[in-house]
Design a protein around this ligand. Structure first.
Ligand code: MN
Length: 363
């Protein structure tokens, strides 16, 4: 954190230069960390400018994200490019311009992020233009909410329970409650925020794991549950809107004592998706690989794995569910190969971002 005082001085300078007539918009790719960071930036700016709006460039569909917006009253609206001229300035948090098409061609006077720099800037000193522009990108921090928490502390702007809860949840989702990432800075911010947050609101958000519309599919999932070799089970669904639902069902079954592994399959847009979860008694990534390496992408970790293949790979006249069940029951593990790393949606990831997992590439 040695560089922090310099950033704080620059942020203070930037803030003192804000104009009472300015209308700002903070753009985000909405997830808990981005929404919390935008709220915190709004708090830092709002006394100094005429207005601060928060606009998202994506749809919010995950139940916990929807709960966060509802219970914490987050004033986030859909970004409308054709109305961009009503704003005098734009800010970007938890993202950089190269992350999303919607950000390209826009001029940002404030960028705060913790994702890697674009390859063109790696190893180069960050741009430090006029004091009218604030730029802070630190890829070694676990969450943008951590950076914002430090700024609030430094400016003696104590967060109310809603803002503190939002930031806490931002750190929690981006670090996987410190299981996936996060360092000392994140942990310290987390501890400090815990004292200001509303625990009952937090519980309502973390408990929002399912959508009302998913319940009939849960009913179907329970009916389709069939035992598989080695204390495992298979759940087969037909067409579903998104793989989020399959992940939610698979995660649910990890709470059933005595079930050693679960595979939940469904069809999303002509692609068959199989989500695997395991209690650690076997290497489920290898099972996923064994069953589906020849038809698509398959692999993962010891406890979490995923396979995806085109519906067209299922032979005519055979139901996808039966095709999958047959392979789950009969395929033999392949000898361990040196895994190549390829980008695939991490089955462990709950934040909605793509990360790299080791995954055997199909020959
Ligand atoms: Mn983030």
């Amino acid at each position: 954190m040695a560089v922090m005082p310099e950033y704080i001085t620059r942020l203070k300078l930037w803030r003192s230069g804000l104009n009472k007539d300015d209308r700002w918009c903070v753009l985000i790719n909405a997830d808990p960390d981005a929404m919390a960071s935008a709220l915190a930036l709004k708090r830092i700016m709002q006394q100094k400018v005429r207005s601060v709006d928060i606009a998202r460039v994506n749809e919010v569909t995950r139940p916990d994200n929807l709960a966060m917006i509802r219970y914490l009253n987050i004033p986030v609206k859909q970004w409308q490019p054709d109305k961009a001229q009503i704003y005098t300035h734009l800010a970007l948090v938890d993202s950089q311009p190269h992350h999303n098409k919607a950000f390209q061609g826009l001029n940002f006077d404030c960028i705060i992020d913790h994702h890697p720099l674009p390859p063109t800037l790696e190893g180069v000193a960050p741009p430090s233009p006029s004091p009218a522009v604030f730029y802070d990108v630190r890829p070694n921090i676990g969450a943008a909410s951590t950076m914002m928490t430090r700024y609030l502390q430094a400016m003696r702007l104590w967060p109310g329970p809603r803002l503190a809860t939002a930031l806490l949840y931002g750190i929690r989702t981006d670090t996987g409650t410190f299981e996936r990432s996060g360092g000392e800075d994140d942990f310290r911010a987390y501890q400090w925020l815990s004292r200001h947050a509303d625990t009952s609101l937090m519980r309502r958000i973390t408990r929002s794991e399912y959508l009302r519309g998913w319940l009939p599919l849960f009913a179907r999932a329970f009916r389709s549950l069939a035992d598989c070799r080695g204390g495992g089970a298979h759940v087969s669904l037909k067409e579903v809107d998104s793989a989020d639902l399959l992940v939610a069902i698979a995660d649910f079954f990890t709470k059933v004592h005595g079930l050693k592994w679960i595979a939940v399959s469904g069809v999303v847009d002509k692609t068959v998706v199989v989500i695997f979860r395991c209690d650690g008694s076997r290497d489920i990534g290898r099972l996923a690989d064994a069953c589906f390496h020849d038809v698509g992408e398959a692999g993962g970790h010891r406890n979490l794995a995923r396979a995806e293949f085109p519906l067209a790979a299922v032979p005519e006249g055979i139901k996808p569910g039966d095709f999958i069940r047959n392979r789950l029951e009969t395929r033999k593990l392949r000898p361990r190969a040196m895994p190549k790393v390829q980008t695939m949606k991490d089955p462990a990831d709950t934040s909605g971002e793509d990360v790299k997992i080791p995954c055997p590439v199909r020959p």
